[in-house]
Design a protein around this ligand. Structure first.
Ligand SMILES: [Zn+2]
Length: 521
């Protein structure tokens, strides 16, 4: 007994004496933000503000300027007792098409819900419910909880102070002392002691290992508590979200009935995913309003049986069943793949499916229609096979060389390897790939409104063309032609082709005549 007491006493002594550099950074931040009592006394937070979003990997030029994605206004509240948050959004999208989505997000530690329509890529539950509503996938819930934690500076500092064992040393970030806590790297302003930057080390399907930061500024004293009214999200140092709070109030009464959701969507709601969460995919597809809220990034688990290789003509197969497709052409002793969409998970599925169906015929060519993250994000999964030449449109070669040289050690799908030796073929106007039997696949650079250096695929023996994002073959055509549709017809004309059908990186297949009738040539 005496021994136990002595051991306990010395353990307490050890803990209390060991005020490490890390703990003192946290203590100083808590004090600078108003002190432990004031921060622990927060029962509710009611807030209002606006945010702008940019998407770097939907640029016009490969590796070029980011596209402005949307401007949002939001208001909401956090209820500490139920650990719940509600945010009401009005999101005005600029790209790829102007539109407004009005919706609410309700997040608890156990489940998350979306009331209203927040995406063009709606899942089966959202489509079924009237008005639209669905429960968040485990991926989205885990991502949303992570981002709420990142932004909740007061709660984060308190959690760090209360859990000193989880606060670990970390290297300085941008000249500021930092600590590591629960997957976050938190850097502190040496002058004020306030938290300055909260970083996660994320994985981006194009750029590999990336740093994703919230940078806090515009600190305001609200009833003795200091709160950053501005936060910029930086992806590898580029601002992709600019958030400004216009009003923050503590301990106001909140209407917790506004946390209630319809029973139909409560049932079977996912828990937060614990592993391999594609945080960047989940967030950035929401930036542009095309996120498919599903625990499989490739397809809606509520509606699709999964991906499949669909033969659309002899030797021509389209990956169907997901939100994004590839085309696979069987040659005499190898395969040609057009597009590597979404993630390496989808590409690894494709590699496995083609190996099973075409034994002894490895993928030799991967041609990407364009550089956007949703159609190129699985490139490593195919190139990792080795012996594959990457084919890209004019002006995209240097971009993809940089992409393949970027470190990709955090890829949840694929072991890190070097892609330095991957041959990249940049197509100036057109490029023909052929086999010993004379079968051909030709890619043509398109003059188009969607992305510079975009390629159209052409399979002569089947008279099938392949395009992505300028025409979605399958669904009804719009009433009037648009520049994307016209660019398909113009490319066909310029190349002197006689297509029967087109297959798409989205959709399925459609008769080419439908398009010429609309575009009028
Ligand atoms: Zn695109």
């Amino acid at each position: 007994m005496r021994h136990a007491f002595a051991a306990l006493a010395s353990a307490i002594l050890l803990v209390s004496c060991a005020t490490t550099r890390e703990q003192s950074l946290v203590d100083r931040a808590v004090d600078a933000m108003g002190g432990i009592e004031r921060l622990a006394g927060i029962k509710t937070i009611v807030f209002k503000g606006s945010a702008k979003y940019w998407e770097p990997e939907q640029s016009d030029v490969p590796g070029g300027e980011m596209r402005f994605a949307n401007e949002s206004s939001f208001e909401g509240f956090i209820d500490a007792a139920s650990r719940s948050t509600r945010i009401d959004w009005v999101r005005n999208f600029a790209d790829p098409a102007p539109r407004t989505f009005t919706f609410s997000e309700i997040v608890t530690p156990e489940a998350g819900y979306v009331l209203g329509m927040d995406s063009n890529g709606r899942n089966a539950q959202s489509l079924k419910m009237s008005p639209p509503a669905h429960s968040m996938s485990g991926h989205r819930l885990a991502t949303t909880i992570r981002e709420l934690r990142r932004g909740g500076s007061a709660a984060l500092m308190l959690a760090m102070q209360r859990n000193p064992d989880r606060v670990q040393p970390a290297g300085d970030i941008a000249g500021q002392p930092a600590v590591s806590f629960d997957g976050f790297l938190v850097a502190f302003d040496p002058a004020t002691g306030l938290p300055a930057r909260v970083r996660t080390l994320d994985y981006d399907n194009i750029w590999g290992d990336v740093a994703y930061d919230y940078v806090f500024s515009n600190w305001r004293d609200i009833g003795g508590r200091r709160i950053p009214m501005s936060r910029k999200a930086e992806l590898n140092g580029r601002t992709v979200i600019d958030i400004n709070f216009t009003d923050v109030r503590f301990n106001q009464a909140v209407d917790t009935t506004r946390l209630q959701v319809p029973a139909e969507i409560r049932q079977g709601a996912a828990k937060p995913a614990m592993r391999n969460v594609p945080h960047q995919w989940v967030m950035r597809r929401q930036f542009i309003g095309f996120y498919m809220d599903s625990d499989n990034a490739s397809y809606d688990t509520r509606a699709s049986q999964g991906l499949r290789l669909q033969e659309i003509a002899p030797g021509v197969h389209q990956v169907q069943g997901g939100t994004h497709n590839s085309l696979v052409v069987e040659m005499s002793d190898h395969l040609i793949v057009l597009d590597a969409p979404v993630t390496d998970t989808q590409s690894l599925w494709l590699v496995g499916a083609t190996r099973a169906q075409f034994p002894g015929k490895p993928i030799r060519w991967l041609a990407l229609t364009h550089h956007h993250m949703d159609h190129a994000g699985g490139l490593r999964g195919i190139l990792a096979e080795g012996g594959v030449t990457l084919v890209v449109g004019q002006g995209a070669g240097a971009h993809f060389r940089r992409v393949l040289e970027a470190p990709a050690t955090r890829n949840p799908d694929l072991a890190a390897r070097s892609y330095h030796m991957t041959p990249i073929l940049e197509v100036p106007e057109s490029h023909m790939m052929s086999d010993s039997s004379g079968r051909q696949v030709i890619v043509y650079v398109m003059d188009n409104p969607h992305a510079k250096g975009m390629l159209m695929g052409w399979v002569p023996h089947a008279r099938i063309g392949y395009v992505t994002d300028v025409w979605t073959p399958g669904p009804p055509l719009p009433a009037k032609p648009n520049p994307g549709l016209a660019s398909v017809v113009n490319t066909v004309k310029r190349a002197g082709l006689q297509p029967e059908r087109f297959a798409g990186g989205h959709g399925s297949t459609a008769d080419y005549q439908m398009l010429t009738r609309l575009v009028g040539q």
